[in-house]
Design a binder for this molecule. Structure first.
Ligand SMILES: Cc1cc2nc3c(=O)[nH]c(=O)nc-3n(C[C@H](O)[C@H](O)[C@H](O)COP(=O)(O)OP(=O)(O)OC[C@H]3O[C@@H](n4cnc5c(N)ncnc54)[C@H](O)[C@@H]3O)c2cc1C
Length: 298
């Protein structure tokens, strides 16, 4: 329930900002036409909220079908929607400039309200620990295959539908497997900071996998408000960001904690992750256009 609150509040704040940006003229044109604005404050946030939506629906469907033991999935759903929603609401205030800070527009209230999602029913930090613990057990039990197997399934998705970001999601999962393995070999999970940060990386990588899989499906959930072209561009943007963050933050985490840093740059496939960033700006342009089209100025 808290996950749905985070999702709804985050998207509402962004939708207010998207409509506002089409009416506010600065520097000779509407803010909605300026990449420095849209690609920082609107597009990445909306894309993350759609990732959260995909993950919430995926988990809800499994729960509705009677599955038990989905504590880690529940934690990922709540953590992602709360953290990304909170960030989205904060950026929505920024997107409205001075008006965002006042009570004339509801974004400041949304920001105050959404913050509780990061605190009650499991603080974000406690959830990072929960997510890490759940998936660390899977990594050990499977002898490091847990995320490699998931990446193989994403390769299949990519073979059937190459436009949904599944290749980038697979890169993210393989980088995650490499980071987890290096943490095991070097016993780095004795540092609480490492374990919590792993929880964060796991949330983004798994959400990328679920979002790309949903965006590759022939039929979309009725909650998706975008056409195939737009939603797949969102999944690609999300998956690229996840791959980059998993590889770079994972690398930095290990380098920061290890006494003898290994050759993790190769293991996380940093070159492939960087090459995968090709087309990012064009996709963000496309998402910005779809957002404008879907949430027109009133
Ligand atoms: C509006 C509101 C409604 C609420 N409703 C309910 C309710 O209906 N039922 C209910 O039972 N509770 C409710 N709560 C309480 C809420 O669940 C707690 O505030 C929340 O769990 C955090 O606990 P705490 O306030 O004791 O903070 P603390 O546990 O002291 O946490 C403070 C900070 O330390 C971090 N932290 C805590 N433990 C660790 C650790 N081991 N390692 C690293 N960092 C850690 C936390 O993540 C947080 O950032 C509500 C709170 C609010 C504000």
């Amino acid at each position: 329930m808290v996950a749905a609150f985070g999702l709804g509040a985050g998207e509402e704040a962004l939708e207010i900002a998207i409509r506002y940006s089409q009416q506010r003229i600065q520097g000779g044109g509407p803010l909605s036409d300026k990449q420095g604005y849209t690609h920082k404050l609107l597009v990445p946030n909306y894309v993350r909220m759609e990732g959260a939506r995909s993950y919430i629906e995926y988990t809800s469907q499994r729960l509705d079908s009677g599955e038990h033991g989905l504590q880690t999935e529940g934690a990922i759903a709540k953590y992602g929607a709360s953290e990304w929603g909170n960030k989205a609401a904060d950026d929505a205030i920024q997107a409205l400039g001075g008006y965002g800070y006042t009570k004339d527009f509801p974004v400041e209230k949304i920001k105050r309200d959404i913050k509780i999602c990061c605190i009650y029913e499991g603080t974000s930090e406690v959830l990072e620990m929960t997510i890490y613990r759940g998936r660390w057990q899977e990594h050990l039990k499977s002898r490091g295959r847990y995320y490699l197997d998931m990446a193989d399934r994403l390769d299949q998705v990519h073979a059937e539908e190459p436009k949904a970001g599944a290749h980038a999601a697979a890169l993210s999962l393989r980088a995650l497997a490499a980071v987890l393995e290096e943490c095991r070999v070097q016993k780095l999970t004795r540092h609480q900071h490492v374990t919590f940060k792993l929880g964060k990386l796991i949330c983004a990588a798994e959400t990328a996998a679920i979002f790309s899989t949903a965006a590759a499906a022939k039929k979309y959930s009725e909650t998706v408000r975008f056409d195939r072209e737009g939603w797949q561009a969102m999944a690609r943007v999300f998956a690229r960001e996840a791959a980059l963050n998993t590889a770079l933050e994972g690398l930095a985490l290990v380098q920061g904690a290890a006494e003898t840093p290994g050759n993790l740059a190769d293991a996380v496939n940093i070159e492939a992750v960087q090459a995968e960033q090709k087309g990012m700006i064009a996709d963000m342009d496309l998402v910005a256009a779809k957002l404008k089209q879907t949430f027109k100025a009133k």
